[in-house]
Design a protein around this ligand. Structure first.
Ligand SMILES: [Zn+2]
Length: 170
């Protein structure tokens, strides 16, 4: 089984400081505030900024956060609307390659992120109300409340990564 959440990152997260004790609804509010934070962070970025320890630049991280939100929101919607609880997981690096993240304009990446965040918030809120439990191929059972905390952490953590990238590119 793949490790995830506080077990993998520490509580609070060793990197970004995210606290896993947030309630699912608090975590949803964290996520809803993040598109504005990403917009602020990307001001003045060309997309070519890099950090020596990180494979991706700032735009790639925004695109990854967007796709991650879409994929999990879709999985929860599938369980709620069709009863299909099995979700396969995905390879973020292959997806980055297939979608050519490095060619996506910053304004387009932010446009997608805002819409993905709204759709995610709707899907997670409905899944929490329905008590959805996904069966993830690599992580096992993932309750709606786990997804509600995990996905905001992914976004929050990568906002921190972007801060580090920008700081190291100065
Ligand atoms: Zn973190």
């Amino acid at each position: 089984m793949e490790r995830w959440g506080a077990d993998l990152y520490g509580d609070p997260c060793d990197g970004c400081g995210y606290r896993w004790s947030l309630t699912p609804h608090e975590a949803i509010r964290v996520l809803e505030g993040l598109p504005d934070r990403f917009r602020e962070l990307l001001k003045g970025c060309t997309g070519d900024e890099r950090h020596p320890d990180l494979a991706w630049g700032p735009i790639e991280y925004v695109c990854h956060v967007t796709d991650n939100l879409r994929i999990w929101a879709e999985g929860l919607a599938g369980a709620r609307l069709s009863g299909e609880v099995h979700v396969p997981g995905y390879d973020p690096d292959l997806l980055a390659q297939a979608r050519r993240y490095h060619r996506i304009a910053p304004a387009a990446a932010l446009w997608s992120l805002e819409r993905a965040a709204t759709a995610w918030s709707d899907s997670v809120t409905a899944a929490l109300a329905d008590g959805v439990v996904l069966q993830h191929a690599a992580r096992g059972a993932q309750r709606a409340e786990d997804v509600a905390r995990n996905n905001p952490h992914d976004a929050y953590h990568h906002a921190w990564d972007i801060e580090r990238i920008i700081a190291s590119a100065r």
